[in-house]
Design a protein around this ligand. Structure first.
Ligand SMILES: Cc1cc2nc3c(=O)[nH]c(=O)nc-3n(C[C@H](O)[C@H](O)[C@H](O)COP(=O)(O)OP(=O)(O)OC[C@H]3O[C@@H](n4cnc5c(N)ncnc54)[C@H](O)[C@@H]3O)c2cc1C
Length: 381
């Protein structure tokens, strides 16, 4: 039976990045994956355009028990390295928002570049890893297609979100087996359920601001049939199901706006007045009263304005793993070396990417983390 220098469990972004470094270092590498194709999340990332990095990536854009854990890996493979790497592969990319880079053509360009870099590393698809055993001298990877042997193992099995792609919690099971703690998992970077809005609003999108705890987030909000989505809500989901306050007109002091309309255009209804600053249906959701605005007391207008500028929600919860871009929680970084990604409890065992208790904000931070942690593990395994 062939004994590989390194077996990588998971052919996702971080596993491939690790394999590329190992190939460069002339190590024999086997990647095993339960799926039938490489990096399926990369292929669908960023709406098919793969938001592959963000030059703002530093620990403040990461979540987990210890976000500072990312610092060493991000300094060893920084966003600039990702951009240089993309340039070296002639990937055409665009900066859609400051610091946020997407493929100009197709996410497949990133995938092709990753596959190019792994050279002759072997990949076995449709191979489900069931457990990992450590003997005195090596690791034995038990799969539904037989056993494989290696000196080191990199666990790059990702999170449990998007189960339709084929995901598993084997990374957590392996970690636990070797004494690592698992932080509770929950879905994030996803839409949120709430009962407070009528499903008639579904499809409406507008810029909004969400206050959640001490955090103020801004971006587009989309009403859905079950609640709210859009980038600003995706980001809010990172903070869990807490109460939040939404400002549906972040650039307008709605009370001042309504008082001024009452003076200058008093024959209009409140809804018609509000439709100057928001979609008509939403304006009617906030006030369906048919009286002229001139007939409203200021205190009534203040109440309407407060609902728009400070809408309170107490029942918002993440929609679920089915459509969450990431899994928060996972293998605690407590007993993992931030410099090498090696377990401090088991020599030769490494972790990369989303399987760990590190989650990036929306905006290319998760793939950057996959690349940085994969690079570091590939350099050291
Ligand atoms: C719809 C969507 C859009 C996204 N868009 C972006 C974006 O634009 N920018 C960004 O930064 N991030 C984005 N993300 C997040 C990003 O894709 C992930 O954080 C990243 O791919 C994680 O990389 P990884 O290597 O840790 O794991 P993954 O890429 O998830 O790879 C894990 C691999 O392990 C395999 N595996 C699991 N269990 C087993 C087992 N038992 N046996 C064998 N193999 C197994 C899986 O099949 C999978 O191929 C998006 C995610 C989704 C779902």
């Amino acid at each position: 039976m062939k004994n590989y220098d390194v077996i990588i469990v998971g052919c996702g972004a971080s596993g491939l990045m690790a394999a590329a470094q190992l190939y460069r270092r002339k190590k024999s590498v086997l990647i095993v994956d339960m799926g039938n194709a490489p990096a399926r999340k990369v292929a669908i990332s960023g709406g098919g355009k793969c938001n592959f990095t963000n030059t703002k990536a530093d620990f403040t854009h990461y979540f987990g028990k210890n976000p500072r854990f990312v610092m060493s890996a991000l300094s060893q493979w920084a966003p600039k390295d990702t951009l240089d790497w993309a340039k070296s592969h002639k990937i055409k990319f665009i900066e859609r928002e400051p610091g946020r880079y997407f493929c100009k053509d197709d996410a497949g360009d990133v995938l092709d570049a990753l596959l190019h870099d792994i050279g002759k590393a072997e990949i076995k698809y449709n191979t489900n890893v069931i457990s990992v055993e450590k003997t005195d001298t090596k690791f034995i990877i038990h799969t539904d297609s037989g056993d494989f042997h290696a000196n080191s193992v990199i666990v790059a099995t990702g999170g449990v979100s998007y189960p339709n792609l084929g995901v598993s919690n084997i990374g957590h099971i392996i970690a636990k087996q070797f004494g690592h703690k698992i932080e509770p998992v929950r879905p994030a970077l996803c839409a949120m359920k709430t009962k407070v809005f009528s499903s008639e609003l579904a499809g409406i999108s507008l810029p909004a601001e969400i206050k959640i705890g001490k955090n103020k987030l801004s971006g587009d909000l989309l009403f859905t049939h079950f609640g709210i989505g859009g980038p600003v809500v995706y980001r809010a989901s990172l903070f869990g199901s807490q109460k939040m306050q939404i400002n549906f007109a972040p650039d307008t002091d709605v009370f001042e706006f309504l008082k001024s309309a009452k003076r200058t255009n008093g024959k209009k209804t409140v809804a018609n007045t509000l439709s100057e600053i928001m979609p008509n249906k939403l304006a009617h959701f906030f006030c369906d009263d048919t009286r002229h605005i001139a007939d409203f007391r200021d205190s009534e207008l203040k109440q309407i304005a407060d609902t728009i500028n400070q809408f309170e929600i107490n029942d918002a919860t993440a929609i679920g793993f089915q459509s969450a871009e990431v899994t928060m929680g996972g293998v605690s970084t407590d007993k993992i070396s931030s410099k090498t990604m090696e377990s401090k409890l088991c020599k030769g065992l490494y972790f990369t990417g989303e399987v760990m208790d590190i989650t990036g904000d929306l905006g290319g931070f998760n793939l950057q983390w996959a690349f940085s942690s994969g690079f570091v593990a590939g350099l050291n395994a």
